[in-house]
Ligand binder design. Structure first.
Ligand SMILES: [Zn+2]
Length: 279
């Protein structure tokens, strides 16, 4: 590999059956077979193939992305993000390659890139998310792709994959991670948003997810650690609506009228962060 290529992320062509390495020249990524992907004006590259698109407006809406970004700016959800960033920075050496599946508006990778000189790749199905993330600058390569399908990274190319309340793809993560590489998965803890769920759905079912995550990774990964992070915020009605808009359970606009009588609510934000090591 030429020295200059060492600074490029190990992207792979997404044309069906190709999987050749992509190299960047100017505003275009090209594979050895001549397939090309232009970099959008805002700075991300769209590697999504027509067959991988579930709908015309795939992925999170701009409203959901903006709602999450507003909350994070106020520190809501910050504890979980900071923990993931801390663990990631502890694992990554300078020059390490880190991929975020479902990178959203890019807070996590951006924070990692500010601490470590890493090669970061943020993947999201939403072009709206990629547009917002790309404003953070060129330290990270922002990619639109479907992480449920073949992730557009070369085999055994990656040191760390992150999935925060986002897509998981254990088999393909095992393919793109180098042996001994790590996978950091954050999922909602059973009591995440419990007060809000109680208020809008009239129920407070505890939904354990981490055990399921551990089960689905046992084939290719060893569990290295499992930690819980928790924070509590008193939110006003506008902020509660942002939580509904911004979560994966969100867009439940049918729930919004139930919030009309609420002026303030103490809400728990809780996540379980599981660190796996590729066998
Ligand atoms: Zn190709």
């Amino acid at each position: 590999m030429p020295a200059s290529a060492a600074h490029h992320p190990p992207l792979a062509c997404t044309v069906r059956g190709c999987h050749e390495p992509l190299t960047r020249a100017g505003r275009t990524w090209t594979c050895g077979r001549g397939h090309t992907f232009d970099i959008a004006k805002s700075g991300y590259v769209n590697l999504l193939q027509p067959q991988d698109r579930r709908s015309r407006d795939a992925g999170d809406t701009r409203a959901a992305i903006d709602a999450r970004a507003r909350l994070l700016t106020k520190g809501v959800g910050r504890v979980a993000v900071d923990r993931v960033v801390d663990v990631a920075c502890g694992l990554l050496a300078d020059g390490g390659i880190v991929v975020d599946l479902g990178s959203g508006s890019g807070e996590t990778l951006d924070a990692i890139a500010q601490t470590r000189r890493v090669i970061g790749v943020g993947i999201d199905l939403s072009t709206a998310a990629a547009e917002v993330a790309a404003r953070r600058g060129a330290a990270v390569t922002w990619v639109v792709a479907n992480a449920d399908r073949r992730i557009p990274l070369l085999d055994e190319s990656t040191d760390l994959v992150i999935s925060q309340h986002a897509r998981r793809n254990p088999r393909d993560c095992a393919r793109l991670l180098r042996p001994g590489g790590h996978l950091l998965v954050s999922v909602p803890a059973p009591d995440d948003l419990i007060e809000l769920r109680q208020a809008v759905q009239g129920e407070s079912v505890l939904r354990p997810r981490a055990d399921l995550v551990i089960d689905e990774h046992t084939r290719d990964f060893a569990l290295a650690s499992r930690i819980e992070v928790r924070e509590r915020h008193f939110l006003d009605r506008a902020e509660l609506l942002d939580v509904l808009r911004g979560t994966y359970r969100g867009a439940r606009t049918s729930a919004a009228p139930r919030l009309e009588t609420l002026t303030e609510l103490g809400v728990t934000f809780a996540a379980e962060v599981c660190l796996f090591r590729r066998r």
